[in-house]
Design a binder for this molecule. Sequence first.
Ligand SMILES: [Fe+2]
Ligand SMILES: [Fe+2]
Length: 188
Amino acid sequence: MKNIICLIKDEVLALNQKYMDESEDHYDFWEQHIKYVVGNALNLASKYQADAEIVELGALLHDIALIAKIGTKKDHHMNGAVLAKELLSKYEYPQDRAERVIGCVFNHRTSKNATNIEELCVADADILAHFDNMSMIINNAKKHNATVDDVIERCRHDFEDLSETSKEIFKPKYELFIENIEKGLHLI
Ligand SMILES: [Fe+2]
Ligand SMILES: [Fe+2]
């Protein structure tokens, strides 16, 4: 039997494909967001000595309700927690560990909601993923006719939502990103 990470990743990829095939915007959650969240979450798990399997499963599942098109964006952490519970029990993942993964999904909207280090890794990774995908930020800005100042304000807001330790570690990356955003957006 495949390990739980592969099984859950396959579930996420299948829902992602369905979303791309059937939705109006054909948005590729995996390529644009989830894979970056997983990468950042694993990096943080190693920095903060968190449980890497819990963190990776939490990162894979954190936006599952959006990908599965269940409920609204406002409620996606709650609906995601229900979906995560169903998927993890489908593969008989131990209940005590499943609860920790579900916590990562439920509390991913801000690191201020994190109740443990694994939840903090997923919440911070969700934000850091934005700073890995310049083209998504620029495409969004174009789509919404946002100004350079609007985009920078949004990025600043995201950065402020990081935990204090992650802010310290990732400040240089954030500052470089802002510099590049200014250059990139002025080229459009
Ligand atoms: Fe989310
Ligand atoms: Fe997300």
